[in-house]
Write a protein that binds this ligand. Sequence first.
Ligand code: ADP
Ligand code: MG
Length: 500
Amino acid sequence: MQSVIPQAAAPEAVSTPGAVTTFHELNLSPALKGQLDVLGFVTPTPVQAIAIPHGLEGKDVLATAQTGTGKTLAFLLPIVQRLMNQARPRPVDADAHPAIRVEPAKAPRHPAVLILLPTRELALQVEKVYRDISARFLPKAAVIMGGASENQQIDALRHGARVIIATPGRLEDLLKRRLLKLDRIEVLVLDEADRMLDMGFIPAIRRIVRQLPAQRQSMCFSATIEASVAHLLDEVLKNPVKLAFGSTQKTADGVKLIAYEVEQTQKADLLQRVVKQQPGPSLVFVGTKRRSESVARKLTKAGIEVALLHGDRSQSQRVRALEQFQQGKVQVLVATDVASRGLHVDSIAQVINYDLPKIAEDFIHRAGRTGRAGETGTAITFHTALERREIAQLERKIQRKIERVVIGGSELAHEERVRPVDTSKLRLMQVPQRRSVNQSGHSAGRSPYSNNRGPQKNDNQGGRRRRNQGGRSNNGGSNQNSSAPRLMLEGEVLQQYDAE
Ligand code: ADP
Ligand code: MG
């Protein structure tokens, strides 16, 4: 357990309920404090120190803080404390009510807490923290998410789960089939709210929230909250205590930022080199699912042990990939953005953006996978000469300098550059209209880092939602709108289509 934690700047406009320096100073029960001791949690992070007292008072909370600042415990501790209080109901005073037959008090067995989050991985991670802090006192949580056995999830509800940890899609599915009810929910949490909004979950969240009692506590925790999501949060939260810790538009200070300018065809070789130079764990982000598979294959061929994580893999494959990486059985995890938010793997030495992230927020989240809990790390970004502008825009947005390294043309992949085109591999391919993207995986003609994010959607829920690239690609100067078949080299990286 790391004891050094990032010191976020003082929050704006909050009534600070006194400086708390240990968990023992919080208004938690001795049993819960003891459990935190066992787990090795001593000093609350700033977001925990300030949000937990408000949460314990039952207030609505809206908190934004950088990744890795301990938001999970900030909402779970007040929840676990509330449920522990309910698990030991006050005995009925038989003397005061002699006419009433006194039944032995029973602990309630209905779900009272709903935690909504964007991805299955995050759901499992929050469940793990919940289990760690509550296992001795409370029933198991029900994790409701796509890609896992539905029966098991329903069983957990039957066994008296008091907490539902869910992704919106599967939860709505069960609600529609009347397999569970939310009419006795007392606490709602939206974790990674901005990401859920990005992923097009707004309508589902609205429908779910409508089924909750109006009288409830709501807490929204997120790394970034933009104006575009504020109106939904307005609907969900009532007079929330608003906490903002530091600039959420920045990466953790402990993360060193480097950009390598390379030719597209050199990326694979550069990746091998970068991974081999760093003996620690590397997390590699690739723009699309299909491309992530090809990157993983090339690394494996080069003798590097790799696990692969993307939205089209089965739940068991995804869990196994994460486990292998977390347990150090493989050095490299190759992933699409499904892994960029909320996940915590101890001591990732470097994050490598094989492709530029589509938006600056994704960069912050990707880079946020390293340098967590006060450790240092490196975030490396590969880009082509054409993408220099994006790197400069990114620097402005995150207000950090990114060290530039230009990889000389002769240094890498010499053979590849001089190799003649193998015409046997040429074949006709129809370029799908509206879905064509440029070499870095995002649509042409528009900066991925402009403030207006457009109607972008992402899919981390097993391919249910499609990325709306068409909406952003019409102002490209190239032949994006042509429906004529184009001659392409099979495996050519200059045109990449999402494998969704
Ligand atoms: P966030 O949700 O803000 O990105 P997490 O809740 O996932 O952050 O926490 C990040 C890491 O920091 C986890 O490994 C967690 O165990 C650790 N952590 C959280 N709170 C503390 C604390 N008070 N002291 C030490 N480590 C902590
Ligand atoms: Mg989190």
